[in-house]
Design a protein around this ligand. Structure first.
Ligand SMILES: Nc1ncnc2c1ncn2[C@@H]1O[C@H](COP(=O)(O)OP(=O)(O)O)[C@@H](O)[C@H]1O
Ligand SMILES: Cc1ncc(COP(=O)(O)OP(=O)(O)O)c(N)n1
Length: 272
């Protein structure tokens, strides 16, 4: 049994954060564990309140896992403050876990801030150099690299700048780019650029896409996949999850975490 740990915030609505990560790990048959950094009162209409955990609570949760269970991969999501980022970074260094995936969550789709402005320095200095993979969306990549990203060449330049900070693999996600027919994610491993393109789906139900995508990458690394294979599976998984998105609540509904497994099962049945 492979294991994966998510260090992230709780989304009471169940579409993003810890809840999305654990659902995704389960779908990929990886044993999921969680360290809570903050509680959000959140639904499909937006984030209504944020209650960060204390640094002691974050450190104790990580230690509880480190001293007993261990993990094959770990991802970070909403970390909220500089002090939580510093605590998480210290703990990651202490346990030397392989396969660290950093989803540098900053702003929810409704516009709520999930990371304090002054925490960006800590993210770049302390956390990013520990990451095997970082998965910013375009606005997050712009903040981390201090540049505007419009074109494919801009994405490549931003990926190179993140590599220079010390991240080994960078995935700049395409959900926010201006292409109306396709969504293209770019992977840079320090030597080559790879693109992963899918048809852009016109839907409101994309809440939690970033969390889910990075959770797939984390689970696949835990299972022994290389980074390229993990991103490929992430793209297939999220495409299925958006295509079969769920109409839940009155706003941006969540993606469907079991769509990928359902499709695989149908394919297997058709082949047998
Ligand atoms: N409308 C869409 N159609 C197809 N894929 C999408 C769509 N929106 C996002 N994606 C994919 O979902 C993943 C998350 O992307 P993005 O929305 O940029 O992240 P975030 O949720 O962090 O803002 C990426 O693989 C991206 O290509
Ligand atoms: C608790 C929590 N963590 C992260 C997010 C952001 O999730 P993301 O996958 O980027 O999706 P959107 O919120 O942008 O739809 C969140 N909302 N809550």
């Amino acid at each position: 049994m492979k294991k994966a740990l998510t260090i992230a915030g709780s989304d009471s609505g169940g579409g993003a954060g810890i809840q999305a990560d654990l659902k995704t790990f389960q779908e990929l048959e990886v044993y999921g564990m969680s360290v809570l950094t903050a509680i959000t009162a959140q639904n499909t209409l937006g984030v209504h309140a944020v209650y960060p955990m204390t640094v002691e609570a974050v450190a104790k949760q990580i230690e509880a896992i480190g001293q007993d269970i261990g993990t094959d991969a770990v991802k970070t999501g909403m970390l909220f403050s500089a002090e939580i980022i510093e605590t998480v970074s210290e703990q990651l260094e202490k346990y030397q876990w392989e396969n660290v995936v950093v989803d540098p969550v900053m702003i929810a789709k409704g516009g709520a801030s999930l990371l304090q402005q002054e925490a960006i320095f800590s993210m770049k200095r302390s956390l990013l150099p520990l990451a095997k993979v970082v998965t910013p969306n375009i606005p997050e990549a712009e903040v981390l690299t201090d540049m505007v990203i419009r074109t494919y060449e801009d994405k490549k330049e931003a990926a190179k700048r993140l590599y220079d900070i010390g991240v080994k693999n960078i995935v700049i996600k395409g959900g926010h780019d201006e292409n109306e027919s396709e969504s293209t994610d770019l992977l840079f491993d320090g030597a080559e650029f790879y693109t992963f393109t899918s048809k852009r789906i016109q839907t409101m139900n994309t809440h939690g896409t970033g969390c889910t995508f990075s959770a797939v990458i984390t689970a696949e690394l835990a299972r022994g996949s290389n980074v390229y294979q993990a991103v490929l599976t992430g793209k297939d998984f999220i495409q299925a999850a958006i295509e079969d998105g769920l109409v839940i609540g009155q706003g941006n509904g969540p993606t469907n975490h079991w769509a990928y497994r359902k499709r695989k099962y149908i394919k297997e049945l058709a082949g047998s």
